[in-house]
Design a protein around this ligand. Structure first.
Ligand SMILES: *Cc1c(COP(=O)(O)O)cnc(C)c1O
Length: 455
Protein backbone atom coordinates (compact mmCIF):
# COMPACT_ATOMS: atom_id res chain seq x y z
CA UNK A 1 0.00 0.00 0.00
CA UNK A 2 1.41 3.39 -0.89
CA UNK A 3 -0.18 6.48 0.62
CA UNK A 4 1.21 8.56 -2.26
CA UNK A 5 -1.18 8.44 -5.21
CA UNK A 6 -2.32 10.69 -8.05
CA UNK A 7 -5.72 12.27 -7.80
CA UNK A 8 -7.05 14.90 -10.19
CA UNK A 9 -3.65 14.98 -11.86
CA UNK A 10 -1.73 15.72 -8.67
CA UNK A 11 0.29 13.54 -6.33
CA UNK A 12 -1.23 13.35 -2.84
CA UNK A 13 0.00 12.19 0.54
CA UNK A 14 -3.10 10.47 1.86
CA UNK A 15 -5.73 13.15 1.15
CA UNK A 16 -3.43 16.16 1.01
CA UNK A 17 -2.02 17.44 -2.31
CA UNK A 18 1.77 17.57 -2.11
CA UNK A 19 1.64 20.84 -4.03
CA UNK A 20 -0.27 22.42 -1.15
CA UNK A 21 2.40 21.36 1.35
CA UNK A 22 5.18 22.59 -0.95
CA UNK A 23 3.47 25.95 -1.34
CA UNK A 24 2.88 26.42 2.38
CA UNK A 25 6.09 25.01 3.82
CA UNK A 26 8.51 25.62 0.96
CA UNK A 27 10.83 23.11 -0.64
CA UNK A 28 12.67 20.85 -0.19
CA UNK A 29 10.41 19.20 2.38
CA UNK A 30 9.99 15.68 3.73
CA UNK A 31 6.39 14.44 3.95
CA UNK A 32 5.40 11.39 6.01
CA UNK A 33 2.13 9.49 6.04
CA UNK A 34 1.03 8.56 9.53
CA UNK A 35 -1.31 5.82 8.24
CA UNK A 36 1.50 4.21 6.27
CA UNK A 37 3.75 4.14 9.35
CA UNK A 38 0.95 2.66 11.44
CA UNK A 39 0.08 0.09 8.78
CA UNK A 40 3.70 -1.05 8.52
CA UNK A 41 3.99 -1.32 12.31
CA UNK A 42 0.70 -3.18 12.68
CA UNK A 43 1.64 -5.67 10.02
CA UNK A 44 5.11 -6.30 11.43
CA UNK A 45 4.06 -6.53 15.08
CA UNK A 46 0.92 -8.43 14.15
CA UNK A 47 2.79 -11.09 12.18
CA UNK A 48 5.25 -11.65 15.03
CA UNK A 49 2.58 -11.73 17.70
CA UNK A 50 0.66 -14.26 15.64
CA UNK A 51 3.69 -16.56 15.48
CA UNK A 52 5.23 -15.95 18.90
CA UNK A 53 2.44 -14.62 21.10
CA UNK A 54 2.15 -11.01 22.25
CA UNK A 55 3.68 -11.72 25.65
CA UNK A 56 6.88 -12.92 24.04
CA UNK A 57 7.22 -10.10 21.49
CA UNK A 58 8.68 -6.62 21.97
CA UNK A 59 9.05 -4.35 18.93
CA UNK A 60 11.58 -1.58 19.53
CA UNK A 61 11.55 0.83 16.59
CA UNK A 62 15.13 1.60 15.51
CA UNK A 63 14.69 5.35 15.66
CA UNK A 64 17.91 6.22 13.89
CA UNK A 65 15.94 5.52 10.68
CA UNK A 66 13.69 8.50 11.40
CA UNK A 67 13.76 10.07 14.83
CA UNK A 68 11.28 12.87 14.32
CA UNK A 69 9.19 13.17 17.49
CA UNK A 70 5.97 13.14 15.47
CA UNK A 71 6.92 9.82 13.90
CA UNK A 72 7.99 8.46 17.29
CA UNK A 73 4.79 9.56 18.96
CA UNK A 74 2.71 7.80 16.31
CA UNK A 75 4.63 4.57 16.87
CA UNK A 76 4.65 4.90 20.65
CA UNK A 77 0.87 5.27 20.57
CA UNK A 78 0.76 1.90 18.79
CA UNK A 79 2.76 0.29 21.58
CA UNK A 80 6.22 0.41 20.03
CA UNK A 81 9.35 0.64 22.13
CA UNK A 82 12.56 2.19 20.80
CA UNK A 83 16.05 1.13 19.83
CA UNK A 84 18.33 4.08 20.62
CA UNK A 85 21.97 4.69 19.74
CA UNK A 86 22.74 7.87 21.67
CA UNK A 87 21.64 10.04 24.58
CA UNK A 88 19.96 12.34 22.08
CA UNK A 89 17.81 9.47 20.89
CA UNK A 90 17.04 8.53 24.50
CA UNK A 91 15.76 12.04 25.17
CA UNK A 92 13.71 12.06 21.98
CA UNK A 93 12.16 8.69 22.71
CA UNK A 94 11.17 9.74 26.23
CA UNK A 95 9.86 13.09 24.96
CA UNK A 96 7.69 11.28 22.41
CA UNK A 97 6.18 9.05 25.08
CA UNK A 98 8.11 5.80 24.63
CA UNK A 99 8.22 4.05 28.04
CA UNK A 100 11.79 3.65 29.33
CA UNK A 101 11.26 -0.04 29.98
CA UNK A 102 10.72 -0.57 26.25
CA UNK A 103 14.03 1.02 25.24
CA UNK A 104 17.04 -1.02 24.12
CA UNK A 105 20.44 0.57 23.61
CA UNK A 106 22.98 -0.92 21.17
CA UNK A 107 26.05 0.89 19.80
CA UNK A 108 29.81 0.34 19.87
CA UNK A 109 30.69 3.69 21.38
CA UNK A 110 28.48 4.51 24.35
CA UNK A 111 30.07 7.17 26.54
CA UNK A 112 30.11 7.19 30.34
CA UNK A 113 27.64 10.05 30.29
CA UNK A 114 25.29 8.22 27.93
CA UNK A 115 25.42 5.05 30.01
CA UNK A 116 24.57 7.02 33.15
CA UNK A 117 21.65 8.75 31.43
CA UNK A 118 20.22 5.43 30.24
CA UNK A 119 20.64 3.84 33.69
CA UNK A 120 18.91 6.77 35.35
CA UNK A 121 16.05 6.55 32.87
CA UNK A 122 15.68 2.84 33.64
CA UNK A 123 15.89 1.38 30.13
CA UNK A 124 14.99 -2.22 29.27
CA UNK A 125 18.54 -3.22 28.36
CA UNK A 126 21.92 -2.27 27.02
CA UNK A 127 23.09 -4.30 24.05
CA UNK A 128 26.76 -4.34 24.94
CA UNK A 129 29.26 -4.72 22.12
CA UNK A 130 32.61 -5.27 23.87
CA UNK A 131 34.26 -6.22 27.13
CA UNK A 132 35.60 -2.70 27.82
CA UNK A 133 32.06 -1.39 27.38
CA UNK A 134 30.77 -3.95 29.88
CA UNK A 135 33.42 -2.84 32.36
CA UNK A 136 32.36 0.78 31.97
CA UNK A 137 28.66 -0.09 32.31
CA UNK A 138 29.52 -1.96 35.51
CA UNK A 139 31.51 0.94 36.92
CA UNK A 140 28.83 3.52 36.12
CA UNK A 141 26.04 1.33 37.51
CA UNK A 142 27.99 0.74 40.71
CA UNK A 143 28.62 4.44 41.15
CA UNK A 144 24.88 5.06 40.77
CA UNK A 145 23.97 2.18 43.05
CA UNK A 146 21.85 0.44 40.40
CA UNK A 147 22.10 -2.75 38.36
CA UNK A 148 22.46 -2.69 34.59
CA UNK A 149 20.36 -5.09 32.48
CA UNK A 150 22.58 -6.22 29.62
CA UNK A 151 22.30 -8.36 26.52
CA UNK A 152 25.53 -9.26 24.76
CA UNK A 153 25.44 -8.31 21.11
CA UNK A 154 27.24 -11.05 19.30
CA UNK A 155 28.81 -10.87 15.88
CA UNK A 156 27.74 -14.13 14.23
CA UNK A 157 29.99 -13.70 11.17
CA UNK A 158 27.12 -13.78 8.68
CA UNK A 159 27.06 -11.85 5.42
CA UNK A 160 23.68 -10.09 5.17
CA UNK A 161 24.06 -9.83 1.35
CA UNK A 162 23.31 -6.14 1.37
CA UNK A 163 25.29 -3.00 0.49
CA UNK A 164 28.70 -3.29 2.17
CA UNK A 165 28.24 0.00 4.01
CA UNK A 166 25.17 -1.32 5.84
CA UNK A 167 26.41 -4.82 6.60
CA UNK A 168 27.13 -5.26 10.31
CA UNK A 169 27.37 -8.97 11.08
CA UNK A 170 30.57 -10.07 9.35
CA UNK A 171 33.65 -10.87 11.41
CA UNK A 172 35.46 -7.85 9.95
CA UNK A 173 32.66 -5.42 10.86
CA UNK A 174 33.09 -3.28 13.97
CA UNK A 175 29.91 -4.51 15.64
CA UNK A 176 29.26 -6.98 18.41
CA UNK A 177 31.31 -9.47 20.34
CA UNK A 178 32.96 -12.21 18.32
CA UNK A 179 30.74 -15.24 18.87
CA UNK A 180 33.79 -17.42 19.46
CA UNK A 181 34.95 -15.12 22.25
CA UNK A 182 31.64 -15.38 24.11
CA UNK A 183 32.84 -17.95 26.71
CA UNK A 184 35.77 -15.74 27.60
CA UNK A 185 33.60 -12.62 27.89
CA UNK A 186 30.96 -14.22 30.10
CA UNK A 187 33.74 -15.57 32.35
CA UNK A 188 34.88 -11.96 32.88
CA UNK A 189 31.28 -10.98 33.65
CA UNK A 190 31.43 -12.91 36.90
CA UNK A 191 33.55 -10.11 38.31
CA UNK A 192 31.17 -7.37 37.16
CA UNK A 193 28.67 -7.32 40.02
CA UNK A 194 26.47 -4.50 38.77
CA UNK A 195 25.88 -6.08 35.36
CA UNK A 196 22.89 -8.40 35.01
CA UNK A 197 23.32 -10.65 32.00
CA UNK A 198 19.82 -10.97 30.56
CA UNK A 199 20.47 -12.51 27.17
CA UNK A 200 21.85 -12.02 23.68
CA UNK A 201 21.38 -9.58 20.83
CA UNK A 202 22.22 -9.75 17.14
CA UNK A 203 21.83 -7.38 14.19
CA UNK A 204 23.46 -8.27 10.90
CA UNK A 205 22.66 -5.33 8.65
CA UNK A 206 20.06 -3.28 6.87
CA UNK A 207 17.93 -3.53 3.72
CA UNK A 208 18.13 -7.33 3.84
CA UNK A 209 15.96 -8.91 1.17
CA UNK A 210 16.80 -12.59 1.59
CA UNK A 211 15.79 -14.95 4.36
CA UNK A 212 18.98 -17.03 4.43
CA UNK A 213 21.20 -14.55 6.32
CA UNK A 214 18.54 -14.12 9.01
CA UNK A 215 18.18 -17.89 9.30
CA UNK A 216 21.92 -18.36 9.68
CA UNK A 217 22.34 -15.58 12.25
CA UNK A 218 19.29 -16.53 14.31
CA UNK A 219 20.16 -20.22 14.38
CA UNK A 220 23.62 -19.36 15.66
CA UNK A 221 22.22 -16.97 18.26
CA UNK A 222 19.78 -19.58 19.56
CA UNK A 223 22.65 -22.07 19.92
CA UNK A 224 24.67 -19.56 21.92
CA UNK A 225 21.64 -18.77 24.09
CA UNK A 226 21.19 -22.45 24.93
CA UNK A 227 24.89 -22.70 25.64
CA UNK A 228 24.58 -19.80 28.12
CA UNK A 229 21.67 -21.49 29.84
CA UNK A 230 23.54 -24.77 30.05
CA UNK A 231 26.42 -22.86 31.62
CA UNK A 232 24.01 -21.71 34.31
CA UNK A 233 23.38 -18.10 33.26
CA UNK A 234 19.80 -16.99 34.08
CA UNK A 235 19.14 -15.52 30.64
CA UNK A 236 15.60 -14.96 29.41
CA UNK A 237 15.73 -12.86 26.23
CA UNK A 238 17.10 -12.50 22.73
CA UNK A 239 17.05 -9.29 20.68
CA UNK A 240 16.97 -10.20 16.99
CA UNK A 241 17.77 -6.74 15.62
CA UNK A 242 16.32 -5.10 12.54
CA UNK A 243 17.26 -5.21 8.90
CA UNK A 244 14.12 -6.22 7.07
CA UNK A 245 14.18 -4.35 3.76
CA UNK A 246 11.67 -2.39 1.70
CA UNK A 247 11.03 -2.04 -2.00
CA UNK A 248 12.88 0.90 -3.51
CA UNK A 249 12.77 -0.31 -7.08
CA UNK A 250 12.49 -3.97 -8.05
CA UNK A 251 13.58 -5.78 -4.90
CA UNK A 252 11.42 -8.73 -3.83
CA UNK A 253 8.64 -7.46 -1.55
CA UNK A 254 9.62 -8.05 2.08
CA UNK A 255 7.95 -11.19 3.38
CA UNK A 256 6.94 -10.15 6.89
CA UNK A 257 4.94 -13.30 7.56
CA UNK A 258 7.79 -15.47 6.27
CA UNK A 259 10.18 -13.60 8.52
CA UNK A 260 7.94 -14.23 11.53
CA UNK A 261 7.79 -17.93 10.66
CA UNK A 262 11.56 -18.04 10.36
CA UNK A 263 11.87 -16.49 13.82
CA UNK A 264 9.54 -19.10 15.25
CA UNK A 265 11.47 -21.95 13.65
CA UNK A 266 14.96 -20.73 14.48
CA UNK A 267 14.54 -19.14 17.90
CA UNK A 268 11.05 -19.40 19.38
CA UNK A 269 10.75 -23.18 19.12
CA UNK A 270 14.33 -23.86 20.13
CA UNK A 271 14.60 -21.54 23.15
CA UNK A 272 12.39 -20.13 25.92
CA UNK A 273 13.59 -16.58 25.29
CA UNK A 274 11.37 -13.54 25.10
CA UNK A 275 12.11 -11.85 21.77
CA UNK A 276 12.78 -8.25 20.86
CA UNK A 277 12.97 -6.76 17.36
CA UNK A 278 14.52 -3.55 16.11
CA UNK A 279 12.95 -2.69 12.75
CA UNK A 280 13.81 0.76 11.42
CA UNK A 281 13.68 1.18 7.66
CA UNK A 282 10.90 -1.33 7.24
CA UNK A 283 8.45 0.74 9.33
CA UNK A 284 9.07 4.18 7.86
CA UNK A 285 10.98 3.91 4.58
CA UNK A 286 8.05 3.74 2.22
CA UNK A 287 5.98 6.13 4.36
CA UNK A 288 7.91 9.23 3.32
CA UNK A 289 8.73 11.31 0.26
CA UNK A 290 11.07 14.21 -0.27
CA UNK A 291 9.41 16.94 -2.33
CA UNK A 292 11.69 19.20 -4.31
CA UNK A 293 11.23 21.98 -6.84
CA UNK A 294 12.97 22.16 -10.17
CA UNK A 295 15.28 25.14 -10.47
CA UNK A 296 16.65 24.76 -13.98
CA UNK A 297 16.62 22.44 -16.92
CA UNK A 298 20.16 22.64 -18.21
CA UNK A 299 21.29 21.26 -21.56
CA UNK A 300 24.16 18.97 -20.64
CA UNK A 301 26.58 17.72 -23.25
CA UNK A 302 25.41 14.13 -22.86
CA UNK A 303 21.78 14.63 -21.84
CA UNK A 304 19.52 17.17 -20.17
CA UNK A 305 20.31 17.91 -16.54
CA UNK A 306 17.47 18.73 -14.18
CA UNK A 307 18.71 20.89 -11.30
CA UNK A 308 16.42 20.64 -8.27
CA UNK A 309 16.42 22.47 -4.94
CA UNK A 310 17.04 19.34 -2.85
CA UNK A 311 20.63 18.23 -2.53
CA UNK A 312 22.83 15.49 -1.15
CA UNK A 313 22.86 17.23 2.22
CA UNK A 314 19.08 16.70 2.43
CA UNK A 315 19.07 13.11 1.12
CA UNK A 316 22.49 11.49 1.12
CA UNK A 317 21.52 7.92 0.26
CA UNK A 318 22.27 8.14 -3.48
CA UNK A 319 25.71 9.67 -2.81
CA UNK A 320 26.56 7.38 0.11
CA UNK A 321 25.08 4.05 -0.94
CA UNK A 322 24.50 4.44 -4.69
CA UNK A 323 20.85 4.19 -3.66
CA UNK A 324 18.05 4.38 -6.21
CA UNK A 325 14.92 6.39 -5.39
CA UNK A 326 11.80 6.41 -7.51
CA UNK A 327 11.15 9.93 -8.83
CA UNK A 328 7.72 11.15 -9.83
CA UNK A 329 6.49 14.55 -10.93
CA UNK A 330 3.92 15.96 -8.51
CA UNK A 331 1.73 17.24 -11.35
CA UNK A 332 0.82 14.70 -13.97
CA UNK A 333 0.00 16.63 -17.09
CA UNK A 334 -0.82 15.82 -20.70
CA UNK A 335 2.66 14.61 -21.73
CA UNK A 336 3.05 12.33 -18.72
CA UNK A 337 3.94 9.33 -20.85
CA UNK A 338 6.49 10.99 -23.13
CA UNK A 339 9.70 10.33 -21.28
CA UNK A 340 13.18 11.74 -21.81
CA UNK A 341 16.30 10.53 -20.07
CA UNK A 342 17.71 13.16 -17.74
CA UNK A 343 20.21 13.47 -14.94
CA UNK A 344 18.70 14.82 -11.74
CA UNK A 345 21.12 16.80 -9.61
CA UNK A 346 21.17 19.13 -6.61
CA UNK A 347 22.92 22.48 -6.19
CA UNK A 348 25.76 21.30 -3.94
CA UNK A 349 29.31 21.68 -5.22
CA UNK A 350 30.11 17.96 -5.48
CA UNK A 351 29.63 15.65 -8.42
CA UNK A 352 28.30 13.16 -5.86
CA UNK A 353 25.29 15.47 -5.56
CA UNK A 354 23.60 13.53 -8.33
CA UNK A 355 20.33 11.81 -7.48
CA UNK A 356 19.77 9.94 -10.72
CA UNK A 357 21.47 9.42 -14.05
CA UNK A 358 19.67 8.92 -17.37
CA UNK A 359 16.34 8.72 -15.54
CA UNK A 360 13.33 8.68 -17.89
CA UNK A 361 11.08 11.56 -16.86
CA UNK A 362 8.32 13.55 -18.54
CA UNK A 363 9.08 17.10 -19.67
CA UNK A 364 9.88 19.20 -16.62
CA UNK A 365 10.03 22.96 -16.40
CA UNK A 366 11.58 25.24 -13.84
CA UNK A 367 9.20 25.52 -10.90
CA UNK A 368 7.71 22.02 -11.31
CA UNK A 369 7.63 19.80 -8.25
CA UNK A 370 9.16 16.35 -8.06
CA UNK A 371 8.86 13.69 -5.35
CA UNK A 372 11.59 11.27 -4.26
CA UNK A 373 9.88 8.09 -3.06
CA UNK A 374 10.94 5.78 -0.21
CA UNK A 375 12.58 8.68 1.59
CA UNK A 376 11.06 8.05 5.04
CA UNK A 377 14.09 6.16 6.39
CA UNK A 378 17.67 7.43 6.57
CA UNK A 379 16.55 10.65 4.87
CA UNK A 380 15.98 13.67 7.11
CA UNK A 381 18.00 12.07 9.94
CA UNK A 382 21.12 12.02 7.80
CA UNK A 383 20.76 15.60 6.58
CA UNK A 384 23.61 18.03 7.14
CA UNK A 385 24.20 21.73 6.77
CA UNK A 386 26.77 21.33 4.03
CA UNK A 387 27.05 24.36 1.77
CA UNK A 388 25.27 26.30 4.55
CA UNK A 389 21.97 24.95 3.36
CA UNK A 390 19.20 25.15 5.92
CA UNK A 391 17.95 22.02 7.74
CA UNK A 392 15.16 20.47 5.73
CA UNK A 393 11.66 20.64 7.29
CA UNK A 394 9.40 17.66 7.90
CA UNK A 395 5.64 17.36 7.63
CA UNK A 396 3.31 14.62 8.82
CA UNK A 397 0.01 13.92 7.10
CA UNK A 398 -3.01 12.21 8.55
CA UNK A 399 -6.04 11.98 6.29
CA UNK A 400 -6.89 15.52 5.21
CA UNK A 401 -4.65 17.21 7.76
CA UNK A 402 -0.99 17.94 7.86
CA UNK A 403 1.33 19.33 10.51
CA UNK A 404 4.86 20.66 10.33
CA UNK A 405 6.67 18.27 12.67
CA UNK A 406 9.99 20.01 12.21
CA UNK A 407 10.15 23.53 10.92
CA UNK A 408 12.89 25.01 8.83
CA UNK A 409 14.97 27.32 11.04
CA UNK A 410 16.09 30.71 9.82
CA UNK A 411 19.63 31.50 8.79
CA UNK A 412 19.87 33.70 11.89
CA UNK A 413 19.05 30.75 14.15
CA UNK A 414 21.69 28.62 12.51
CA UNK A 415 24.30 31.39 12.64
CA UNK A 416 23.53 32.22 16.26
CA UNK A 417 25.42 29.15 17.50
CA UNK A 418 28.66 30.33 15.90
CA UNK A 419 30.97 33.14 16.85
CA UNK A 420 34.12 34.82 15.67
CA UNK A 421 36.93 34.29 18.23
CA UNK A 422 37.40 37.34 20.41
CA UNK A 423 40.97 37.89 19.20
CA UNK A 424 39.69 38.47 15.67
CA UNK A 425 37.41 41.24 16.80
CA UNK A 426 33.88 41.33 15.62
CA UNK A 427 33.60 42.46 12.04
CA UNK A 428 30.43 44.39 11.55
CA UNK A 429 29.24 42.02 8.88
CA UNK A 430 29.97 38.76 10.77
CA UNK A 431 26.62 38.86 12.51
CA UNK A 432 23.95 40.02 10.12
CA UNK A 433 21.51 42.31 11.86
CA UNK A 434 19.02 42.22 9.11
CA UNK A 435 17.19 39.37 7.49
CA UNK A 436 18.32 38.19 4.08
CA UNK A 437 16.00 39.21 1.29
CA UNK A 438 12.82 37.29 1.85
CA UNK A 439 10.53 38.10 -1.01
CA UNK A 440 10.34 35.76 -3.95
CA UNK A 441 10.71 37.50 -7.26
CA UNK A 442 7.47 37.06 -9.15
CA UNK A 443 7.85 34.71 -12.06
CA UNK A 444 11.32 33.58 -11.02
CA UNK A 445 11.11 29.91 -10.12
CA UNK A 446 14.58 29.96 -8.62
CA UNK A 447 13.22 32.27 -5.97
CA UNK A 448 11.09 29.43 -4.63
CA UNK A 449 14.15 27.55 -3.43
CA UNK A 450 15.33 27.33 0.15
CA UNK A 451 13.08 28.85 2.72
CA UNK A 452 10.86 30.72 0.34
CA UNK A 453 7.21 30.11 0.27
CA UNK A 454 5.83 30.18 -3.18
CA UNK A 455 2.19 30.90 -2.36
C1 LIG B 1 20.41 0.40 12.27
C2 LIG B 1 20.06 -0.63 13.27
C3 LIG B 1 18.79 -1.21 13.26
C4 LIG B 1 17.74 -0.88 12.24
O1 LIG B 1 18.08 -1.32 11.00
P1 LIG B 1 16.98 -1.28 9.84
O2 LIG B 1 17.62 -1.89 8.68
O3 LIG B 1 16.62 0.13 9.63
O4 LIG B 1 15.82 -2.10 10.32
C5 LIG B 1 18.50 -2.12 14.25
N1 LIG B 1 19.42 -2.48 15.18
C6 LIG B 1 20.65 -1.94 15.21
C7 LIG B 1 21.60 -2.37 16.25
C8 LIG B 1 21.02 -1.02 14.25
O5 LIG B 1 22.25 -0.50 14.26
Amino acid sequence: MTPFTYRDGGLHAEDVPLSRIADQVGTPVYVYSQSAIEAAYDRFAGALEAELGAARTLVCYAMKANSNVGVLAALAARGAGADIVSEGELLRALAAGVPADKIVYPGVGKTRHEIAAALKAGIHQFNAESLPELELIDAVARALGVRAPVALRINPDVDAKTHHKISTGRAEDKFGIDADALPEVVERLRALDAVDLKGLAVHIGSQITEQAPFRQAYTRTAELYRWLQDAGWPVDRIDLGGGLGIVYRDEPAPDVEGYARLVRETVAETTDARLAFEPGRHLVGNAGVLVTRTLYLKQGRVRPILVVDAAMNDLIRPALYEAWHELKPVARGAGADELTQMDVVGPVCESADTFARARPLPAMRAGDLLAFFSAGAYGAVMASGYNSRLPVPEVMVQGERFAIVRRRPSFQEVLSSEQVPGWLGRPADAAPDRAPPDTPVAGDPAASAGTRKTG
